[in-house]
Design a protein around this ligand. Structure first.
Ligand SMILES: [Mg+2]
Length: 357
């Protein structure tokens, strides 16, 4: 039997990309993203690449912290056979339990390299269900008149799904934001993201105002603080607007706990929170509870976003795809990878791994 190639080197490189427009949520704002790229090489020359993105939602995952966490993993992974990718992934998460984005990125580099040794696209390894997805476009917190313009521009570019970031300043103002977007793009499907910035009474009032204006977002994402299970449960009793958890669910056990408590109608999964194999576990739990599934991203460049695109295509389970970071940041042109046509991404024709050299 041919022996498995071994991990021979791992390079860690800090990269920064300016954002095209400031990214503003109820939790803060940023004008550029400071990320870390990983270049892994096996003994037979096969490569694996990935990227960890910093995020407003996860302040501990600074570029500096992620670099340190990634560097600490290198000696533990060095010389190990790629065939044991599951053990290697477990090792990453055991070594860096408090740096999920760093652990997830190392996992993506390992799985990219493994898929390449198998001469399979990563999407095949993750389920082979489909080759295309359609992403939404995210509108940052802004004044209603500016949101109207931004929604119209996105709609002209072909986006049919829009995510509106809420400020949590007042339910009336947040309702005005959604009304402005709906008016500019009446046929677009909408979701709203509170980014932990709302109180229970605010969220209930917002749902009421939207209902009265006959605006029906598909769901309201993470309005409350991540540990506030009580408000999540009460909201579900007081409103018919479906509630999705984002920051509250990082692991499969978070998902289990929340769904058992009746605290959410679904989950927004992100590779940067859960990794790829962890995402598959969360999907299984959500399906067992018949919950809704969305996939999101941080501010990854095309190189970093690729693993999420393969996950979304491979599993084919996501009702809502929010993988729009490639449109939000300025980045160098990149050869290969998933194809982008308007809001649609395709992994068709990718022969191995994520398809990026
Ligand atoms: Mg969110």
């Amino acid at each position: 039997m041919k022996s498995s190639p071994l991990i021979q080197s791992i390079e860690i490189k800090p990269v920064s990309f300016p954002l095209k427009n400031p990214f503003v949520t109820a939790a803060g704002h940023k004008t550029r993203t400071d990320n870390v790229q990983i270049f892994l090489r096996l003994s037979d020359g096969t490569r694996g690449v990935a990227e960890a993105s910093s995020s407003i939602a996860m302040p501990g995952e600074s570029q500096e912290n992620m670099q340190r966490a990634l560097k600490e993993m290198i000696p533990e992974l060095w010389g190990k056979p790629i065939e044991d990718y599951k053990t290697l992934v477990e090792l990453c998460w055991r070594l860096q339990p408090f740096h999920p984005t760093a652990a997830a990125a190392m996992e993506c580099a390992i799985l990219d390299a493994f898929a390449r040794t198998k001469k399979q696209p990563l999407a095949h390894l993750l389920g082979q269900k489909s080759v295309t997805i359609e992403t939404d476009f995210t509108l940052s917190v802004d004044e209603p008149d500016r949101l109207h313009k931004a929604a119209r521009a996105a709609s002209r570019k072909g986006f049919r799904k829009l995510k509106v970031k809420l400020a949590g300043d007042s339910p009336e103002k947040d309702a005005e934001r959604l009304k402005a977007v709906h008016k500019a793009a009446p046929r677009a499907e909408l979701v709203a993201d509170g980014n932990q910035g709302l109180a229970l009474s605010q969220a209930v009032q917002l749902a009421h105002l939207l209902n009265r204006a006959q605006i029906r977002p598909l769901f309201l994402e993470q309005p409350f603080r991540r540990h506030d299970v009580r408000s999540m449960k009460l909201f579900r009793h007081r409103s018919r607007l479906p509630l999705l958890a984002d920051e509250s669910i990082l692991t499969a056990s978070d998902a289990l706990r929340l769904f058992e408590a009746g605290a959410a109608d679904g989950v927004n999964i992100k590779v940067a929170k859960s990794g790829l194999l962890g995402a598959l576990d969360i999907i299984r739990i959500a399906q067992r509870f018949k919950k809704r599934l969305a996939i999101g991203c941080m501010e990854e460049s095309k190189l970093g976003l690729a693993a999420s695109v393969h996950l979304a295509c491979g599993t084919g389970v996501f009702e809502w795809v929010d993988l729009d970071s490639v449109f939000l940041l300025e980045q160098p042109a990149l050869r290969g990878g998933f194809a982008v046509k308007g809001p649609k991404f395709s992994v068709n024709g990718i022969r191995s791994g994520i398809g990026i050299a």
